[in-house]
Every structure is written in structure tokens, then in C-alpha cells.
Design a protein. Structure first.
Length: 592
């Protein structure tokens, strides 16, 4: 039976049997699996069970969540395949598939609700490559390149899962600069090949239309960047010919490969005509005799069609105008055209990066405004806090800042009051303390503190009255014992008090390190985590976070050391394959 193992950074684990064919994951009520941390969207992801019991598979789909999800460390754009042993990260939670024996009578209405943990750092891992057995010969398909780039090259689809990309780590290597490092995945399920875009830069098209996922039919034309491939289904005896060449349309004009091919064909035609003329047999000259034509001029091959030059300056001006008009997608396309002609154009690279970044900022800005209109104050507030300062949209947030802050403060006060009504006064106190740290919410926090104090006093008075009714004072009370005979009040020993202080200090350091990482202050976070792992040598969490932080800082040896320490201390076996892959990748980078 398939089970989903869910773990947070505190080590709390929940195991959910995957009895249903489809389950949803999100923060709001109504999801099959409910994760309540704030970096989980209201409807975050969907899992769909496929395959049989001998070869179980789960399709994972991102439901347009704000923070997305990752499979074995790689961002998932739309759908992906998850197999036993794979690791998915959703917000601060890690989810792994496990196959074991279990009763079929387990509940089909499983719903779990997990509170917010301290957090879980992302761990970069290599793209997962499935080592499937080779498909039978009558079930194998192939991809044949039908563009002038790599024309006629054939790639076999001989396994259940094939990853296509530009680098050698892929199963199918298409060495062209328009192909992403890991561009697409082709999977074989129920007698059909399906292609899935792996969040590539130039996307995947099937018969001219963009697709994130598409089932392939014999003869389909697939575009990966500037390379076209024809899908040849199992059993089809298709043979490539030059007449099949069909290049991807690029705005800058005919590709160099196409022009070379046309030129070669024209030269061949001209050469054939020349030989025919010079091999003409004159009448009466004898069998097999040849003479040169006396006056006939030699034919000259026609010149190849002129290539329209790319006006880089005009394109750069057009792209900058689109940037000013905040047309990010159009600007990105224009700078792509410049880079196709001049791949090392520094300014085009910089402006394309700016357009791509601001396009993402625009999406986040629109989502924040939508959350504000929907009065989703929790989401709107944390999106406001995390919004990049260098974005052109950041100053525009001033128009809604007060509204969001006031809405968030009122929302938190309401939450605290609800907790207090349900008897969770301690939880209400924590919310009040958190709110009091925010300058814009000081008035609401002070008023809430007064309400909680009054509620606590009222509860104490009620308890006193109840105790008085249950335990009336005796008629004749005994005099109190002399001071010398009274038992001494027990006080905690200095050692016990020190242990309590150390525990509070340690937990504070771990939470503060997470906050610093979220703010981009990695050096300060590293200092805290290095101190923390010296305080608790047996705790894996500092090593886990240092492994993730040191790597983007370029300190690979430090990252490798802490990854190995994490592997040695990690008690959850489902994480260890991902940790080992991360260690192997770091060792490979250090050996280069």
C-alpha cells in the first residue's frame, strides 16, 4: 500500500495511507491533507494515484500556489511524476512516498491538520533520474530531429521515463543553446508516451501550441526551443529525408543552417548543369568522344538570398520602451532576439533579467491586491513584508499598506479572542505578544492585553468561588506551625534552572536564524547556527540548515561537511537518499 510520510522540521511525522485516487493539500479546511503553516497556499497541490499495485505512481500537480513545490529539490511548474523514495517540499513540510503492507480497511476520509513548525530549509539536489527497465522493442518510440539544427538525429524512447536536456546528466542530450539544462520529460504510461515541460526557459510546443503536459500521437511535431522533433510511435517505420526539414520560425530571419543548406543545394544544381554541358557529344566525332563547347558560356550559380541584418540598436530601443511601459513579456522577447544574434550582449542580458524579474514581481503584486480585496489579511500581510524592495512595484504598495496592516492586526486580535473563548489563554497570550512587536498594531495589542488580563482575573475569581463552595473553611482552624517547623519551599536547583535557560536560548537561536535567512542575512544566520550546533552536537537541524545556506554562498567545503554531519545524525530514513544525492553533487563540484 502507498503511504505518504509528512514531516516538519521539528521531527513531527504523520503517515497518511493513499486510499483515495485523488487527494488535495492546502491550508484551508476541506482539503484531504491540511497543512496550516503560512507558506502553504489555501489550495496548494493535488496528488493523483496512477499505475497498478506492482508499479505504483503518483502524479503531483501544483495548483498555482504562491510558493510552489519542489520534487527532489527541483521546482515543479505544473505536473510531475512521484515514485516511492521521492521527496516533495511544500512550504515548511517534506512529503515522501513509501510502500508497505497495510490494512485495506483504513479510513478513506483521512484529514490531518499540522501546526506551524519552526521551518524546513530547502536542500538542493540533482534532478531525479528514474532507472527503469528497458521497454520491449514493440513498445519503444523515438524522436527524430526535423529542423536544420541536428537534422535527422534520432533519439530512442526506450524506457518508461526519459529526461531531455542540454547537459550530459540527461537521458537524451540535445546540445543546442535554446534547450534548457533539464528541458522536458517523456513518460510511458498505459501504452502512451506523454511529454512534460520541466519549467524550461523556452517551453514545449506540440504542433505549434504551448503545452505543460501533452499526450503524444504518431507524427506530432514537438518544439523544444529552436529544435523540432517528430514523434515516431512504436511500430512506425518512418525514415527521415531532407524534404522533412521544417525549422522553427525565428524573427531575426533564416537561420545560418538553413542558408547553408540552400547554398549547398544551389551549388549542387549548378555543378550538375556544368558537367552536362561539358560532356556534350558532337555528331561524327566517334563513339565516346567529347569536345568542349566552342562558344557556350559557363553557367554561374545564383547568389544565395540576402540575409536581413538585425538592427540591434533598434531592438534595444524597442525593448527599453517596452520596459518603460511595463510590458515585461514583450520586452523579454525583444531582448531574446538580440541575444540570438549577439549571445554575449551584456546590456541585453541585464535588461532581459530585469524584465523577467519584474514580470514575477507583477504577478506577486497582483496576487497581493487580490488577497487584499478578498480580505485574506494573513496572506496579504506576509506578501507585503516579503515583497522585494528593489521592485518598481514596491512604492505602489504604500497605497494599500495601512489597509493591510490594520486588517492583519484586527484579524490577529479576532484569532486571539477566539482562542481565549475556547480556553486557550496561553495561545491568545502568544498572539498578543507577537502583535505587540509590530509598531502599527500597538494600540490593538495593548487593548487585547487588557481584555486578556480581565478575562484571566474573571477566571481566577470563578475558580476561587468554586473552591470556596467545594472546600468550606473548617470551624476551628489549627494554628499555623511555628516558622521553624514549616517545610521549606522547594526551589529549582541552579543546574535545573540553567538547563531551562539553555533550552530557551537554543530555541530562540534557531528561530532567529530562520528569520535572518528569510531576510537574506545569511552571514548572521550562519554565526547563530554554528553556535547552535556546538551547543547541541547531537541535533541534526543546525547541520541541515548550514548545508543549505553555505552552498549558495559558494562555501562548498563547509556545505559538504555539514551535509555529511546531517546524514550521520538524521533519524528519518526517507530523507537520507536526498541527502546522499546532495553530497554527491557537492563532491562533484569540488572535484571540477
Amino acid at each position: 500500500m502507498l503511504r505518504l510520510v509528512i514531516e516538519d522540521d521539528e521531527g513531527t511525522t504523520h503517515v497518511v495511507p493513499l486510499i483515495r485516487d485523488e487527494i488535495t493539500i492546502g491550508r484551508q479546511e476541506g482539503n484531504t491533507i491540511r497543512l496550516t503553516e503560512r507558506n502553504v497556499s489555501r489550495r496548494h497541490a493535488r496528488l493523483v494515484r496512477t499505475g497498478d499495485n506492482d508499479s505504483p505512481t503518483v502524479l503531483v500537480e501544483d495548483l498555482d500556489s504562491f510558493n510552489g513545490l519542489k520534487l527532489n529539490g527541483d521546482r515543479v511548474s505544473s505536473k510531475c511524476t512521484m515514485r516511492p523514495g521521492d521527496l516533495i517540499q511544500i512550504g515548511d513540510y517534506s512529503l515522501a512516498l513509501r510502500v508497505d503492507q497495510a490494512s485495506e480497511k483504513e479510513s478513506r476520509d483521512t484529514e490531518i491538520s499540522m501546526g506551524p513548525p519552526a521551518g524546513l530549509d530547502d536542500v538542493a539536489t540533482q534532478l531525479h533520474r528514474v532507472e527503469d527497465e528497458v521497454l520491449p522493442a514493440d513498445e519503444q518510440g523515438k524522436l527524430v530531429v526535423v529542423s536544420s539544427n541536428l537534422a535527422g538525429t534520432t533519439y530512442g524512447l526506450d524506457r518508461r521515463e526519459v529526461i531531455i536536456g542540454r547537459t550530459d546528466e540527461n537521458d537524451v542530450v540535445v546540445n543546442h543553446r535554446s534547450i534548457s539544462r533539464n528541458h522536458a520529460k517523456v513518460i510511458y504510461r498505459d501504452g502512451t508516451f506523454t511529454i512534460i515541460d520541466l519549467a524550461s526557459s523556452n517551453g514545449v510546443k506540440v504542433n505549434g501550441e504551448d503545452f505543460g503536459t501533452a499526450s503524444l500521437v504518431n507524427g506530432d511535431i514537438i518544439e523544444l526551443g529552436h529544435v523540432k522533433l517528430r514523434y515516431v510511435a512504436p511500430g512506425d517505420d518512418y525514415v527521415f529525408s531532407l524534404a522533412d526539414i521544417d525549422d522553427v520560425q525565428i524573427d531575426k530571419g533564416p537561420s545560418t543552417g538553413r542558408l547553408v543548406l540552400i547554398g549547398l543545394l544551389l551549388v549542387a544544381v549548378a555543378g550538375g548543369a556544368f558537367l552536362l554541358v561539358n560532356r556534350t557529344v558532337e555528331p561524327g566525332s566517334g563513339a565516346g568522344a567529347t569536345v568542349d563547347p566552342p562558344t557556350q558560356p559557363k553557367p554561374t550559380p545564383p547568389a544565395p538570398p540576402p540575409v536581413d541584418p538585425v538592427d540591434v540598436d533598434a531592438l534595444m530601443a524597442e525593448g527599453q520602451a517596452l520596459l518603460r511601459d511595463e510590458k515585461w513579456a514583450e520586452a523579454t522577447n525583444v531582448f531574446d532576439r538580440v541575444l540570438q544574434d549577439q549571445p554575449e550582449h551584456a546590456e541585453a542580458k541585464r535588461l532581459k533579467k530585469q524584465a523577467t524579474r519584474e514580470s514575477e514581481h507583477k504577478r506577486r503584486y497582483d496576487q497581493l491586491l487580490q488577497d487584499t480585496d478578498d480580505q485574506q489579511w494573513h496572506d496579504a500581510y506576509f506578501a507585503l513584508v516579503d515583497f522585494p524592495d528593489d521592485s518598481i512595484y514596491h512604492p505602489r504598495l504604500d497605497t494599500v499598506r495601512d489597509k493591510i496592516q490594520n486588517g492583519f492586526a484586527d484579524f490577529e486580535v479576532t484569532r486571539a479572542r477566539d482562542l481565549a473563548k475556547r480556553g486557550d489563554l496561553e495561545g491568545a497570550r502568544k498572539l498578543q505578544a507577537s502583535l505587540s512587536e509590530k509598531p502599527f498594531a500597538k494600540a490593538q495589542a495593548d487593548k487585547l492585553a487588557e481584555e486578556l488580563d480581565e478575562l484571566e482575573r474573571a477566571e481566577q475569581r470563578a475558580r476561587d468561588r468554586e473552591n470556596a463552595r467545594e472546600n468550606p473553611p473548617p470551624v476551628a482552624a489549627k494554628p499555623p506551625p511555628p516558622p521553624a517547623e514549616r517545610p521549606a519551599r522547594e526551589r529549582p536547583t541552579p543546574r535545573a534552572a540553567a538547563r531551562v535557560d539553555d533550552e530557551e536560548k537554543y530555541q530562540h537561536m534557531m528561530k532567529e536564524a530562520l528569520r535572518l535567512v528569510a531576510r537574506g542575512e545569511r552571514i548572521k544566520a550562519v554565526e547563530l547556527l554554528e553556535t547552535a550546533h556546538r551547543m547541541r552536537p547531537s541535533d541534526h537541524r543546525p547541520h541541515q540548515r548550514l548545508c543549505a545556506i553555505y552552498r549558495p554562498m559558494g562555501r562548498l567545503e563547509k556545505a559538504l561537511h555539514h551535509c555529511k554531519m546531517w546524514l550521520a545524525l538524521e533519524k528519518n530514513g526517507s530523507y537520507k537518499p536526498a541527502i546522499r544525492r546532495n553530497i554527491q553533487q557537492l563532491e562533484a563540484e569540488l572535484n571540477r
